[in-house]
Design a protein. Sequence first.
Length: 282
Amino acid sequence: MLASQRQERVLAHVRTHGAVRVADLVRTLGVSDMTVRRDIAELARAGLVRRVHGGAVAPDTPARSTDEPGFEAKRTWAGPEKAAVARAALADVEAGQALALSAGSTTWLLASLLAADPALRPLTVVTNGLRVADVLHAAGDDALEVVLTGGTRTPSDALVGPVADAALAALRVDRTFLGVHGLDADGATTPNLAEAATDRALVRCAAATTVLADHTKWGIVGLARICGYDDVDTLVTDAGVPDDARTHLSASVGRLVVAPVDAPADSPARTPDAAPTPGDQP
């Protein structure tokens, strides 16, 4: 197939679906990753598509759909709310379980709580989050086993792509704790096409899924859909969630948990450097 023919197919897919993943094009076109990326680069230079991490989108796609902030930026946003969500999520954890934690600043806070609580042992945690794995490993506890998926690193320190997806397909865990970029009436989204696929693999490998999303995530729509609410057993948010969102979520998920926020909105987030003791937990 000529380069012009491949590029026509890429463009047709973007115009029909709004986005396309490099991994999907490699499979359907039967060419290398490098060839697909060159084709996307040519289309981007012509102004026909916009390159994003893991693929391409239509040039008029809103920026917020594809912006992917780094971990250090995300950890500073809504710190007390994220800490409240993480504390409330801890109620779904029992000693002896195997868990999966996605990458993200809220799951990182949950990991700090797991690392600090010796009552939650033994425990196995599968994660595609480098920061999550770091804080769990730092606990230095042989009864806390950490399994990294492997994969390609994103700006937010997630491991994604076919290696991560294949690893998760071979595993079964009791519960996945999933951080998300945004929530709307239809479900959870992320700006990263490859991360959406890996997040779906995290959901599929679990007997139950808990989504962690502070109230600032409501109304934010990322480019790629992760899942609908039929796939969510529990959703944990904070008391700042709007009334209309609370009503919709209560009717859409298996269980909605609204965590109280004890600290003022401008106080610093709780971090693993100052991890809570078991007595701090609700």
